[in-house]
Each structure stands twice: as C-alpha cells, then as structure tokens.
Design a protein around this ligand. Structure first.
Ligand code: SAM
Length: 220
C-alpha cells in the first residue's frame, strides 16, 4: 500500500478533501494510507512554539528547526523508506512527470510550511523541495492536497478506467487534453463538432490530436 504522511500545523485542513470522491474511495479500498502528523506535538518548550523571528530582521516569523526536524524524524521512523518533500515556492515545479516519479516510491511525506516559511537549515533534512507554481499560498496545506490528489489518481486500481489517466493532459510531455463534448448535441446554438458524430474513429482520433496540439501551442 502507498503511504502518505503529512507534517502540518493544521491536520483538520485535510478532513474534507480526503473524505470525498476519488481520495475517499482509494483510502477505503486500502490502496493508499494517509496520516497527518501535528508538528506542534514536537515542540519542547512550555508554550509549544513552532515559530520564531528571523535573524537579520524583517517581517513575519519562521518555522523553527527543532520541532520540524523532530517531526520529519518521527515520519521516517514510521516509514524509513519515505520520500520527504518540502512544499515551498522556491522548490522545483510540480508536474505530472514528478507525480509519476513519486508513485514509484513506497510513499511520500509532505512537509507543510506556514508563516514566512522555513528556517533554511530544515532543507538539509528533506529529500526534495517542490513548488506548486509561481505564486504564494498562505500555507503548504493547499499545495500538499494538490500533490496528494495528483498521486492518488495515478495509483493502480484507483480510477474506474485506467485509460483516463493515460489520456489526461500532460501524459504526453507538454500536451494538453483535447476538447470534450457530451449531450445535448446543440446547446444554445453551440453545436458539437460534426466529426465527433461521424462514427469515423480515425477521423475523430486525428481531430482530437490536432485540437490538443493547437491548444497546447496557444496556451503554453
Ligand atoms: N516567504 C515565502 C516565500 O516568499 O517564498 C512564502 C511563505 S508562504 C506564506 C508559507 C508556506 O506556504 C510556505 O512555507 C510553503 O510551505 C507554502 N507555500 C506557499 N506557496 C507555495 C507554493 N507555490 N508551492 C508550495 N508551497 C507553497
């Protein structure tokens, strides 16, 4: 079974997204096991502090190394072969290729930051730093749930039709999905392209590939 551990100050963040649809079914089927670990439980001072002011001055607070590193050690103790991923805007961009790489591992541990981010020395204790994109979220939790969701739907046995994952956007390097249509054939004078009603599978396949290529070129 693939394991996912999430190191966070807000374990309750994950309750809703993991309790519906595909993640819920994957967990119930025993394909993935997801566990949250509260970083604050590893704080040792009487106020259970997990943050402190930056050396050199500047706004905001930083995640302190002691509780964060202790929580990483606890995660590795439970799963010695886990791949520890720090979520940070300064990381390498998360892609479908990266998702496919991660599901080949026995499991992942996703480290979520808050405040102004992590004390830099924490980077020495993780295997990889990953960003969701070039924008700043208020915490690592929304990034972690996106990563986790992308992994879960790729795990064998999760999607009803395994072909769906193969046909998704990015399954072919840099290529977006083609446009899809369902009933009705005519919606407010916007018609389904005639080729999709033709029954000519070769023509449909070639139309879809051309659409995907054109869309990828225009939008990326
Ligand atoms: N000062 C940091 C910077 O400018 O890079 C931003 C810190 S952000 C407010 C707090 C936390 O949210 C980060 O430590 C990280 O865990 C998470 N986060 C924010 N944006 C992210 C992104 N694009 N990808 C992954 N994690 C992100």
């Amino acid at each position: 079974m693939f394991h996912a551990q999430i190191l966070t100050l807000f374990p309750e963040f994950f309750d809703s997204p993991l309790s519906c649809s595909i993640p819920k079914r994957a967990i119930a089927a025993g394909i993935v096991q997801v566990e949250t670990i509260q970083i604050r439980d590893f704080a040792t001072d009487k106020h259970h502090s997990v943050d402190d002011a930056p050396y050199g001055g500047g706004p905001g607070m930083l995640m302190k190394p002691e509780p964060v590193v202790a929580s990483i050690r606890a995660a590795r103790e439970q799963h010695p072969d886990t791949h520890v991923v720090m979520l940070t805007p300064s990381g390498s961009r998360f892609t479908q290729a990266k998702a496919l790489e991660f599901i080949e591992k026995p499991g992942v541990t996703l480290l979520c930051g808050r405040y102004e981010g992590f004390d830099e020395r924490i980077c020495n204790y993780v295997d990889e730093q990953i960003s969701l994109g070039d924008y700043v979220l208020s915490g690592g939790e929304p990034a972690a749930i996106c990563v986790l969701d992308a992994l879960i739907r790729l795990l064998p046995g999760v999607l009803g039709s395994p072909e769906s994952a193969v046909l998704d956007s990015f399954s072919e390097e840099g290529i977006l999905d083609w446009p899809h249509y369902t009933r009705p054939e005519n919606f407010e004078d916007k018609r389904v392209p005639a080729v999709l009603l033709s029954g000519n599978h070769a023509a449909i396949e070639s139309w879809r590939r051309a659409q995907a290529k054109a869309r990828s070129k225009n939008r990326r």
